[in-house]
Design a protein around this ligand. Structure first.
Ligand SMILES: Cc1cc2nc3c(=O)[nH]c(=O)nc-3n(C[C@H](O)[C@H](O)[C@H](O)COP(=O)(O)OP(=O)(O)OC[C@H]3O[C@@H](n4cnc5c(N)ncnc54)[C@H](O)[C@@H]3O)c2cc1C
Length: 280
């Protein structure tokens, strides 16, 4: 195996693959290093009933636009994984799976990047970090105050209702994941308690068009952080909660409440068996 490449891409998700596609088209020698396998995040870090929130027509990877017969629909987890794997197959990227990059460094005296990897040392003229986001679970310290016999999991590890011990479930957080998981548990017949935060709700459709259509037509996806009226603050904004499940629909927490879901403000503190909620 070569030890030097013009470009090394760290991460074989959709971003790493898309860059590989573009480099390959330009005849630039490169290597993609993937810690697990292609489409790992979608395959391993999503629940069983997971669906895209964004419509299928928005899947426009370079050279591989969505070709299915349901552009207005929302792919489920396994279809997304297949789409990304098929993309890789369509252009055969130079990828090594099961290879972790531990560090990337550059000596002031050298023009080369050095990568310490589970395959050994490699060098590159350029490095693209395509490791994605959301890889580290953000768990508030207060979670340590729950009694040790209460099973706690992060949304990235949630699979389905059956995989949880029997009983009532507290979902902390009402962003897209929290609301969709609360809905999944509710539909599975669990008694759900949901701590609601500041994420706004949104209609799925307005005047017959999906909310993502509207954002697209209004040019929202072309706005850079610099040109956004809220500038840097926009990074901290939570997405509106909707779901692609069942062909796409709104999530209406008020309706869930009438069906028995218990809604609270944000979780503020835990002491013994008592939970304290904010009044938001
Ligand atoms: C719950 C949830 C729902 C989402 N829903 C949608 C949606 O509906 N529509 C949408 O467009 N987006 C959605 N997203 C966002 C979407 O998943 C990401 O934007 C997308 O996966 C980013 O692609 P990526 O290639 O940058 O990162 P990833 O897909 O995360 O790929 C990064 C890859 O890098 C690898 N890697 C990490 N560290 C290393 C290392 N040190 N060495 C080697 N490899 C490494 C990982 O194994 C991984 O395979 C959702 C995200 C989450 C968490």
């Amino acid at each position: 195996m070569k030890k030097h490449y013009s470009v090394i891409i760290v991460g074989g998700g959709q971003a790493g693959l898309a860059i590989s596609y573009c480099l390959k088209n330009r005849g630039i020698d490169h290597l993609v290093l993937e810690k697990h396998h292609i489409a790992y995040s979608w395959q391993q870090k999503r629940w069983d009933t997971f669906c895209l929130v964004t419509p299928n027509w928005q899947c426009t990877l370079p050279g591989y636009h969505y070709q299915g017969d349901d552009p207005e629909g929302f792919m489920g987890r396994d279809a997304i994984v297949a789409y990304i794997k098929d993309y890789a197959q369509s252009f055969n990227p130079p990828i090594k799976e099961d290879v972790e990059v531990f560090s990337v460094s550059k000596k002031p005296t050298s023009s080369l990047f050095e990568l310490d990897t589970s395959l050994g040392s490699l060098t590159a003229d350029r490095v693209v970090i395509a490791t994605g986001s959301y890889h580290r679970a953000k768990i508030p310290r207060m979670a340590e105050k729950f009694a040790s016999d209460i099973v706690q999991i992060h949304s990235a590890d949630y699979k389905n209702s059956e995989a949880l011990p029997p009983g009532e479930v507290l979902v902390v957080g009402s962003g897209q994941s929290g609301c969709q998981i609360a809905e999944d548990l509710h539909l599975a017949g669990r008694k759900v308690h949901l701590c609601v935060g500041g994420a706004p709700r949104s209609p799925r459709k307005y005047r017959g068009k999906d909310v993502v259509d509207w954002l697209d037509r209004l040019g929202y996806y072309n706005l850079t952080v610099d040109s956004h009226p809220d500038k840097e603050n926009v990074r901290k904004k939570t997405n509106h909660y909707v779901t692609g499940r069942g062909g796409g629909r709104e999530i209406d927490l008020r309706t869930f409440a009438t069906q028995g879901m218990q809604l609270y403000g944000s979780l503020n503190d835990i002491s013994g068996e008592n939970l304290e909620f904010k009044s938001n």
